[in-house]
Design a protein around this ligand. Structure first.
Ligand code: ATP
Length: 301
């Protein structure tokens, strides 16, 4: 078959692959309107293979709607989203085996045990049953594998949801608020799993409210505000560009003062104290992603 013919057939079946090497997700001018509400309002970005990419924003910013379009669960009003080169809306069946997701509203079969839950999904995805034990081990649920899921803590349930999402070894893993409502130890475990997936080469696309989580996990983050991307970069670059630059000075009197380097009066004060020999120590204070978001979106998450 000539390449022209192959392209033509692909178009007809709506499953043409535009895969660009090294790019897992490509979003072009994507939007979703619900009547007058512009839930997502013309966003564009790409996510590289093996990248952990975070979408951040306050309630109603459009995070879930974006993730729903990327996973073929909502049709865009305009623009397109390509996942592994396939249009997520037009070629849903092509995309499905390549991805998996952990969504907040997802349910487990509570009357079944963890092993049975995973077996059901292994069958659904034609995955070898050996994968079930492998995953139970990976999410540390082997000992509890034969207990009904309804007896699990929320952290255990979330670990099982992550295991379920890994059953088909997805190339792209979507996580909508993966640690919401979990205690710090459970959240840490989930973050460890995310990192492990990325280490093994999967692309991870996650939404979160937690700035520290995004900072720790993500290679790049996009800030979404009222359906639009207001900034997109590495956490480090965003903090350097938009975060507050300040220092904490300990004086000979043992008093501690926080000074903003961008404020000329504070900068002059620091210089004077230095000249007078009153400064014992100076600690630089890096801006946080939270600061960045406040500066960009006008209010804290
Ligand atoms: P949260 O952090 O609260 O989950 P979010 O950033 O995920 O918020 P979305 O759930 O994507 O935000 O919602 C974006 C906007 O679109 C909101 O104003 C929401 O009310 C609206 N919206 C979302 N889904 C629908 C729907 N099915 N019908 C009408 N409006 C909707």
């Amino acid at each position: 078959m000539s390449s022209d013919t192959a392209t033509a057939v692909g178009w007809q079946s709506g499953s043409r692959s535009d895969e660009v090497p090294g790019i897992s997700i490509q979003v072009d001018d994507l939007s979703k309107w619900y009547g007058e509400v512009r839930a997502v309002d013309g966003i564009s970005f790409t996510v590289r293979e093996g990248e952990v990419f975070g979408l951040l924003g306050h309630n109603g910013a459009g995070k879930t709607t974006t993730i729903r379009m990327l996973t073929g669960r909502a049709r865009p009003t305009g623009g397109r989203a390509l996942v592994c080169g396939h249009d997520a809306a037009q070629a849903r069946e092509r995309v499905k085996p390549l991805i998996n997701l952990v969504f907040e509203e997802q349910n487990l079969y509570e009357r079944l045990n963890a092993r049975e839950n995973l077996r059901l999904f292994a069958e659904l995805y034609d995955a070898p049953l050996g994968r079930v034990d492998e995953l139970l081990e990976a999410v540390r649920l082997t000992d509890a594998a034969d207990r009904k899921v309804k007896t699990y803590s929320s952290g255990m349930k979330q670990r099982l949801l992550v295991a379920r999402a890994l059953i088909n070894k997805p190339r792209v893993l979507f996580l909508d608020e993966p640690t919401r409502g979990l205690d710090p130890a459970s959240a840490r475990e989930i973050r460890g799993m995310v990192r492990e997936q990325a280490r093994q080469g999967a692309t991870v696309f996650l939404t979160t409210h937690y700035m520290e989580e995004a900072d720790e996990l993500c290679d790049r983050v996009a800030f979404l505000s009222s359906g639009r991307i207001v900034a997109l970069d590495t956490p480090r670059e965003l903090k350097l560009r938009y975060g507050e630059r300040s220092v904490v000075v300990v004086l000979d009197s043992r008093e501690e003062e926080r000074l903003r380097l961008d404020d000329p009066a504070d900068a002059a004060l620091l210089e004077r104290w230095m000249t007078e020999g009153r400064v014992l120590t100076v600690h630089s204070q890096e801006g946080t992603l939270e600061d960045v978001f406040v500066n960009l979106a006008g209010r804290s998450l």
